[in-house]
Design a protein around this ligand. Structure first.
Ligand code: SF4
Length: 361
């Protein structure tokens, strides 16, 4: 707890907050990329403590939230097959597909198991050689290296009954898509520290220059977030379009080069559809030609499944910073954590669940 309390210190928080109030002279809109940051901001009421002319909007950095509906349906299809053990992190089990979720499919007898690592799934494949073991590989640059390593190990060990259903996404193309939109309102970004711990922030340097936008790399504790907001406002107020690293205890410009090498060994960049947002060029990873044998979409022939998004859910607009959860007509009425209509209400990192849990709005 000593570690956490250091970054939740109220005296230091007040000093940074006072500085933010002192330097802010104009209206600014900043987007925190990561859903974990959104939850911390709402949980600690950080947005309520900022000057009125600073607005925080919530970005697309929630892996469960941006996994497309059709990818959930592909998972449901594969998980329903008789000889399959389907494995996933726990939070994907409640995410609604077009008509059901993995929990419901499990209740009908499907062998669906929660694992804590893709290597657990690989072990299951070794322990059950007559079964097909599939891992649901979703997420950002944070989870992709471990999934790449599991596939790399499977190939090295000659394990043929293991595959992954890939839905990996990359942050920098999403930032570019938001900034390129005609309806963009975002003037500065808080980049996600855990993503940058893996990838570094070298990819963000040209974005800051090309789009004239400051980006502050920061973490998830109140002091980290306040430092990031302070830096972003300072850069905005002084007209500097740079990347500032406010999470230097974890993040370097180059990032974890070993993890990046593993990613490059197994994956290649591809266009990827984001739930509620649509296709973003070069925003995902797929298995490269050396590893397509481990691609569950091809192995189980589910690539052709496509599903339209439900009309009532406005999570796509929320994930682009265009609207906030209370603006959704279903929020707290038809949609709640017990009865989620969209992934942003299901996920522990989703903006809708953050507003539901931590605000009265
Ligand atoms: S409240 Fe529910 S329906 Fe509305 S945007 Fe959020 S998840 Fe979608």
């Amino acid at each position: 707890m000593a570690y956490f309390s250091e970054f939740r210190d109220p005296v230091n928080s007040k000093i940074i907050l006072d500085n933010i109030h002192k330097i802010t002279t104009k209206n600014w809109m900043i987007m925190e990329i990561c859903g974990g940051q959104t939850h911390a901001i709402k949980r600690y009421g950080i947005d309520q403590l900022l000057p009125e002319n600073i607005e925080l909007v919530h970005g697309p950095g929630c892996p469960v939230c941006v996994t497309p509906l059709e990818q959930i349906d592909k998972a449901l299809e594969i998980a329903s097959l008789p000889n399959v053990i389907f494995t996933s992190y726990g939070d994907m089990l409640r995410v609604p597909g077009s008509s059901k979720d993995l929990f419901l499919v499990r209740s009908t007898g499907a062998d669906i198991r929660v694992v804590y690592s893709p290597l657990d799934a690989l072990q299951l494949a070794q322990d059950n050689p007559t079964k097909e073991v599939v891992f649901f590989a979703i997420g950002f640059e944070t989870t992709a290296p471990a999934n790449a390593m599991a596939v790399y190990q499977a190939k090295k060990l000659g394990i043929k009954n293991f595959s992954i259903l890939v839905s990996h996404v990359r942050v920098p193309p999403a930032i570019k898509a938001i900034l390129s939109s005609e309806s963009n309102r975002v003037q500065g970004f808080l980049a996600a520290g855990h993503v940058c711990a893996v990838m570094g922030y070298w990819e963000y340097l040209p974005i800051a220059k090309d789009y004239n936008i400051p980006i502050a790399v920061t973490g998830f504790e109140p002091l980290d977030l306040l430092k990031g907001i302070h830096s972003c406002i300072n850069l905005l107020e002084t007209g500097q379009y740079e990347v500032s690293n406010e999470y230097s205890r974890i993040v370097s410009e180059k990032g974890n080069v070993h993890a990046q090498k593993t990613l490059g060994e197994v994956f290649q960049v591809c266009d990827r559809k984001w739930r509620g947002i649509g296709m973003i060029p070069e925003s995902g990873w797929m298995l490269n030609s050396d590893y397509t044998d481990f691609d569950a979409e091809q192995r189980f022939d589910v690539s052709s499944i496509t599903v339209p998004e439900p009309e009532i859910c406005i999570s796509g607009e929320i994930l682009q910073g265009l609207k906030k959860p209370p603006e959704c007509p279903a929020f707290r009425k038809l949609c709640s954590p017990e009865n989620p209509l969209g992934a942003t209400m299901v996920s522990s990192e989703g903006a809708c669940s953050a507003y539901y849990r931590y605000t009265q709005e």
